[in-house]
Design a protein around this ligand. Structure first.
Ligand SMILES: Nc1ncnc2c1ncn2[C@@H]1O[C@H](COP(=O)(O)OP(=O)(O)OP(=O)(O)O)[C@@H](O)[C@H]1O
Ligand SMILES: CCCC(=O)O
Length: 365
């Protein structure tokens, strides 16, 4: 089976061709800021990104009609269970103006759909960021007007979880895992027998990350919002683009912070230790969600490349369960494998519009 995977990020579009599990090639198209910032809305970038994709297909001497399916990263949709979703006209409409707002990944399904339509093959999205499998008890925040919701690195976490389960001679549906995706943003989630039953919302809560604040002292945050110094958009940037490690150290690049640490910088040492401390604390909290019955803890994402970071976390959490490290992310492979499971009939495709989103959002499965 030939599959084309499309993963639009905020400053790049990744595309990859697969023959079954085998990646034939993978390309990253970088989009210069001056080009990407000329669009007011993500959906307006469609022609711009497709043109770049078709150029790459031309360079790779690849025709659309060589593929059996297209697959794209899904976006900020309504709460849905994990899985592979067929992209149809209705889902494309939702992705054009998604309920969760602007996110580059909204374009993944749209691009896959229109490319697939040209050659009459199916298009899918897999485990979008809005995957919501939270238990009902995990949804209460402390105020009914402010429910906890699920936005996470579900695609990479679920793919890594499947691999880990296989490595330990089991299946995703049979094991209890805690996954910590440690990238520019963080997701820490307990996966109970194939369901992600809680997670820190990666743009709202949890440990601070290279660019995000995570959970903040609520009263101080309210004061900041009403200080007159910031409007709403600036506060969102404050929280999610210029918070976390960046707000302390002026860099979002953990490699640069580690270089400062190696020079003996004490502030950097404190901030990196605090970040690892918060990650470990979140993992500890999630172990209670699983009543301590954890088969493995898994550290993944860009930061898991660093032994300094993983050692600092492991020394605090290894009493809970053995820890495995799966550095980086395999989003392109995860997309292709999600499509492949459906093409091979190992999994049924899901249909976005047949999901009762209100039930999902209430944790009623
Ligand atoms: N070898 C490494 N050692 C330490 N940190 C690293 C290493 N490689 C990447 N990182 C850090 O990982 C972070 C980016 O992670 P990653 O590439 O997973 O994220 P992303 O795709 O930008 O975001 P996200 O995973 O949140 O979608 C950066 O802070 C980067 O400095
Ligand atoms: C919300 C998870 C994906 C992201 O960090 O953008």
């Amino acid at each position: 089976m030939m599959i084309l995977a499309v993963n639009p990020g905020s400053t790049s579009t990744k595309i990859a061709a697969f023959n079954d599990e085998l990646c034939l090639w993978k390309k990253t198209i970088e989009h210069p800021t001056y080009e990407i910032s000329s669009f007011n809305r993500v959906s307006q970038q469609y022609n711009y990104r497709v043109k770049a994709i078709l150029e790459i297909l031309g360079e790779m001497a690849c025709q659309l009609n060589e593929f059996d399916a297209m697959v794209g990263r899904g976006g900020l949709l309504k709460p849905i269970p994990g899985g592979t979703y067929l992209v149809d006209e209705e889902l494309v409409e939702e992705l054009h103006d998604p309920p969760g707002g602007e996110h580059a990944s909204n374009l993944g399904g749209v691009i896959a759909y229109y490319l697939a339509k040209q050659v009459n093959i199916p298009a899918y999205i897999v485990d979008p960021v809005s995957v919501d499998e939270l238990d009902p008890v995990a949804r209460l925040s402390g105020h009914p007007e402010l429910p906890r919701t699920s936005l996470s690195h579900a695609l990479n976490m679920k793919a890594v979880a499947r691999k880990v389960a296989e490595e330990i001679g089991s299946t995703y549906e049979q094991v209890n895992l805690i996954l910590a995706h440690l990238g520019s943003g963080f997701s820490v989630a307990p996966h109970r027998k194939g369901k992600m039953i809680d997670v820190n919302n990666a743009v709202n809560e949890g440990p601070f990350s290279p660019e995000r604040c995570g959970t903040l002292p609520a009263r101080l945050l309210i004061k900041q919002c009403f200080s007159g110094k910031y409007n709403e958009e600036q506060m969102l940037t404050y929280l999610n683009k210029e918070g976390g490690m960046y707000s302390y150290l002026g860099t979002k690049d953990v490699r640069k912070a580690l270089a400062k640490l190696a020079e003996g910088d004490q502030k950097t040492k404190l901030v990196l230790e605090a970040m690892c401390y918060q990650i470990a604390k979140e993992i500890g909290a999630m172990s209670t969600v699983l009543y301590g019955q954890v088969d493995r803890i898994v550290l993944t994402g860009g930061l898991a490349h660093s032994q300094y970071i993983t050692d600092k976390i492991i020394e605090r959490v290894s009493f809970i369960a053995p820890v495995m490290v799966a550095p980086g992310e395999e989003e392109m492979e995860s997309l292709a494998l999600g499509a492949l499971r459906v093409l091979r009939g190992e999994e049924q495709p899901k249909f976005y519009h047949s999901i009762d989103h209100l039930k999902v959002a209430a944790g009623d499965r």
